[in-house]
Design a protein around this ligand. Sequence first.
Ligand SMILES: [Zn+2]
Length: 272
Amino acid sequence: MRPVTRSLVALCGTLVLLAACEIAPVTGRSQIMLVSEAEERQMGLQAYREVLAKEPLSTNAQATALVDKVGRRIAAAAERPPAEMWRAPNYRWEFKTIDKNEPNAFCLPGGKIAVYTGLLPITRTETGLAVVISHEVAHALARHGAERMSDQMVASVGVAAASAALATTASGRSRTYLPAMMAALGAGATVGYLLPMSRAQESEADRIGLVLMALAGYDPREAVPLWERMRAASSGRGSQAEWLSTHPAPTTRIADIRAWLPEAMKYYRPRD
Ligand SMILES: [Zn+2]
């Protein structure tokens, strides 16, 4: 556990009255949240608009239809969680296919999804694409971006100042921390939302993603061959794509996924 994480856990224990802590879905991991959902969504929307202003949308009808179909099914499952698994986010979902030969995809806070056409040769099938989109949506459901911003706020200004900031109004907090928040969201970066998540967040997104795809009627067992294809595609490539990052190591990731499959299979009902 990193020192920052350790102090965050301590902070979570002592400042519960300030409602600064959340529990991640599925894993039950403690998270500190100094950023409101409204702020997070606003920043997600802004970052999405910036990416879409720079990148050309795909005109490939087959590709865009596939991204729309898978995206809508995952979104529908995310909005109807089994009791207590997570709060329905009530996102205003958007699905865009970007014409770029990069193996990349993201879901920003607020349900703003983008898939790059260079991903599709690796995902190959509808279910393969569902693995990646579910993983990205899981990052949003677990509020990993806001958690990273909160971590950075505490790391940069210290626990005392960050907890004092909790007592300020939402608008005051926004003004004070907006630059740090924007940086954590990767807003303005040329390739979008690619700041690497922590290893814990990656593993958590894998585990939640398996449940999510199962709820959407996609066979979670397909995650194993998908991540094997990812590993093959990423070897020797040096890609910066978030899901190709070395955290966790590909072999660990696949072993973890195998271990979590029984949990996800409880929610799997085949469709079509
Ligand atoms: Zn990820």
